[in-house]
Design a protein around this ligand. Structure first.
Ligand code: UDP
Length: 238
């Protein structure tokens, strides 16, 4: 990596909703391009990058189950939604000249590669962005957990969570005016205070794997690259 870069290999988790822009469903191509640009800037710093993209902008299992569908079936639909998002991100990145590979936890051989741990590591070593699709491949999990799992498997130095705001706050900064941003939090503090950063299984897994979670705004231009250099605004959980 370039001078001043604190991480060699990272995984960025972006929720599906972050790619929705002002729409109430699906993808906003402009937002997808902006996020792709953020990733490109970090690749150019010499950092190895992998991505997990959620699917909540298209389908969420819990909601499907609430309307009468069997939970597992609804979750599979949710996982398929993440594949659509992964392919959209792949195409945005490749248009910018960034080499990518999509690996799906649910094999879909005519669409993308199946998830193969060692192969994913190899892609990253070659400077390719690996986009992990279909979550963990299991119902009853989330893409947050998938992100912590893949980051652990890849031996990432950090798990980045790109959110709508620039870190974790004492209260929702969009609603509470004097909400304050935490500079640092412990994993257990996040769990005991029930702070809505990532779900509890993701936090626990990151803790066990000793991977710091850095929460930052995915919508602030250049923020991802800044965080990689220890600059800008973010909350670190470690
Ligand atoms: N999902 C799943 N197993 C996984 C990952 C995801 O069953 O390992 C399903 C689940 O139904 C979830 C949906 O896929 O609601 C979309 O993922 P998520 O809600 O995590 O997306 P995000 O909120 O990040 O957009």
């Amino acid at each position: 990596p370039a001078d001043g870069i604190r991480f060699k290999r990272v995984l960025l988790k972006v929720s599906g909703e972050a790619l929705m822009g002002q729409r109430d469903y699906g993808l906003d191509p402009e937002v997808v391009n902006r996020v792709a640009n953020e990733v490109k800037a970090v690749i150019e710093l010499g950092v190895q990058v992998s991505l997990v993209i959620g699917g909540g902008n298209i389908f969420r299992g819990v909601k499907g189950a609430a309307s009468g569908m069997e939970r597992a079936s609804a979750d599979y639909i949710g996982m398929l939604a993440t594949v659509m998002n992964a392919l959209s991100m792949q195409s945005a990145l490749e248009r910018m000249g960034v080499a990518t590979r999509v690996q799906s936890a649910i094999p879909m051989s005519s669409v993308c590669e199946p998830y193969i741990r060692r192969r994913a590591i190899r892609h990253m070593e070659k400077g390719r962005v690996v986009i992990f699709a279909a979550g963990t491949g299991n119902p009853f999990f989330t893409t947050d957990t998938a992100a912590a799992l893949r980051a652990s498997e890849m031996g990432c130095d950090a798990l980045l969570k790109g959110t709508q705001v620039d870190g974790v706050y004492t209260a929702d900064p969009k609603k509470v005016k004097d909400a304050e941003r935490y500079e640092r939090l412990g994993y257990l503090e996040v769990l005991s205070k029930d702070l809505q950063v990532m779900d509890a299984s993701a936090i626990s897994l990151a803790r066990e794997s000793r991977i710091p979670i850095l929460v930052f705004s995915i919508h602030t231009p250049g923020a991802f690259a800044e965080v990689m250099q220890g600059r800008g605004k973010f909350t670190i959980i470690n």
